[in-house]
Design a protein around this ligand. Structure first.
Ligand code: AMP
Ligand code: ZN
Length: 493
């Protein structure tokens, strides 16, 4: 019997603002869609946090025995700047700056994204569709929305008629905004746009002559609006209605609100049963964000080569740090926080190592089945990983007491303890058993190896500026890279 039959998840649904009992549309199957990255620059740790939260949720659902179809897209068709309806798209802008093809930008940063996810031990999603691979589906969707009377064409561009939609449906129900307030608070665009109302959003934009990424459509040579791809791809692979839709909190409005409107306008149905939003990662008390430059990239934290942190941290330490707070809380990335997590993480790993050598006795002094259920209860309660980790430490304390002869465990419970601890640490939290060394040499080797790998990827992508930067900056801190026929080695002075 699958484990989910005995474990009842309650999750916080952003749509209703309440914790609800999770009941998939089809028993035993879960459809989950998460908005993926816009691949025009390297992912930062804020992005990683959001994807990590959903990786943990995916892992737990799978562990419970659900057949999960997890769809996470790649946004490669280009959002317009500041997510508005006007201006240059981010991918084209980058392509122009670097004098390369937009698709080279997309390729480079998709590869970077996948490398980072591998370093952090993410499970791949079941489907990773791209926006550019689904232009036909997006055009079909626009045609349907026009036919249903919720969109209009002006000068080759198509806009969603928010006012018309709001007469029969409710625009703003996810973000709890009222159209009247939005009207009041929207600044006029000074004739930059030919929309009927400033609240309307683009479904299709006619491309200016200099715009490189463009596709033919019934309305013009142009490109899709940035909310459309997620509606097209989520419903294509998960059906007109599906279980879970996730993303960062910043996507709730307008992106997810517009997804709901598009789906209701096209199919007459609200697409998602449970909307889940991960909260923001901050750096020095301010949201990590590409546009403000307040970011730390994963490789900078892994190598220790940054101006914020005192040392390098292992990928599992960073994963552990993120899991120590609920996905719904704001999390501030600080050196003190990371140092404390590092200590905790190695304490957990030491506990595991001791557990391998523990011998069973006649009786147990801890109710292991009750402890095991507490671990499930934590995850069942809206994937509360910090509470789960507290229970894992309770087990570490017990393991240490057994070692010191102050507690005991019987054969059957020892097996349950080992299995449960492995399930939650490795399968659910996605941590890897990294061993700490007193000298720090292994850690240095590990960190430099990561940089060597990133440099190889940069070279494979013909990003010689980045590969040289990695080599030169390592040389500045006394680490020399040597390229030989068997690969790259390093020496430190
Ligand atoms: P983007 O590539 O900008 O579309 O972002 C990819 C994902 O990262 C989205 O789900 C965002 O909500 C999320 N994200 C962006 N900044 C942060 C942050 N500081 N903390 C957590 N998630 C973030
Ligand atoms: Zn999306």
């Amino acid at each position: 019997m699958p484990i989910y039959k005995d474990q009842q998840i309650r999750l916080f649904n952003s749509l209703t603002g309440k914790k609800e009992t999770f009941q998939p549309i089809e028993d035993g199957y879960v459809g989950m869609y998460v908005c993926g990255p816009t691949v025009y620059s390297n992912v930062h740790l804020g992005n990683v946090r959001t994807f990590m939260s959903f990786d943990m949720i995916f892992r737990y659902l799978r562990h419970l025995g659900y057949k999960v179809r997890y769809v996470r897209n790649i946004t490669d068709a280009g959002h317009l700047e500041n997510d508005a309806d006007v201006g240059e798209d981010k991918i084209t802008k980058k392509a122009r700056l670097e004098q390369i093809e937009p698709m080279e930008v997309v390729q480079r940063y998709t590869v970077d994204f996948h490398n980072i996810l591998n370093i952090f031990n993410f499970l791949p999603p079941s489907i990773e569709p791209t926006a550019t691979g689904h232009i036909i589906e997006q055009i079909e969707l626009i045609s349907t929305i026009i036919e249903n009377g919720f969109a209009y064409e002006i000068n080759g561009s198509v806009y969603f008629d928010v006012h018309k939609f709001d007469e029969t449906n409710e625009y703003g129900k996810l973000s709890k905004r009222k159209l009247d307030d939005l009207i009041h608070n929207t600044r006029e665009l000074d004739g930059q746009s030919d929309k009927k109302n400033p609240q309307d959003f683009a479904l299709w934009k006619k491309a200016e002559p200099e715009h490189i990424m463009r596709w033919p459509s019934p309305w013009s040579d142009g490109f899709p609006g940035w909310h459309l791809e997620c509606t097209a791809m989520s419903t294509k692979y998960l059906g007109e209605q599906f279980d879970i839709h996730g993303g960062g909190m910043d996507l709730k409005f307008p992106h997810h609100e517009c997804e709901i409107a598009q789906n209701e306008a096209a199919k007459g149905k609200s697409p998602v049963n449970y909307w889940m939003h991960a909260n923001m990662l901050e750096l020095n008390g301010q949201r990590m964000s590409k546009s403000t430059g307040n970011t730390v990239n994963p490789d900078e934290l892994l190598s220790g080569n940054n101006k914020f942190f005192s040392k390098a941290y292992a990928p599992s330490v960073i994963r552990f740090f993120i899991a120590q707070s609920s996905y719904r809380s704001v999390l501030d990335l600080t050196d003190d926080g990371l140092l404390a997590s590092e200590k905790g993480f190695y304490r957990l790993m030491e506990g595991l190592n001791i557990l391998d050598n523990i011998k069973a006795s006649e009786k147990s002094t801890l109710d292991i089945n009750a402890w095991k259920q507490k671990c499930y209860d934590a995850m069942n309660d809206d994937f509360n990983s910090p509470i789960l980790i507290a229970h894992l430490f309770e087990a570490v304390k017990y393991i240490n007491q057994i070692k010191e002869g102050l507690a005991s465990v019987n054969e059957e419970d020892l097996l349950t303890l080992k299995q449960t601890i492995h399930i939650f640490i490795f399968d659910v939290l996605g941590l890897e058993n990294t061993t700490k060394t007193e000298s720090g040499t292994d850690k240095l080797t590990g960190a430099v190896d990561i940089l060597i790998k990133l440099r190889q990827d940069a070279r494979a992508n013909k990003d010689f500026a980045l590969s040289d930067k990695i080599r030169d900056e390592l040389a500045d801190v006394g680490i020399q890279l040597k390229d030989g026929k068997d690969g790259t080695t390093f020496s430190s002075s």
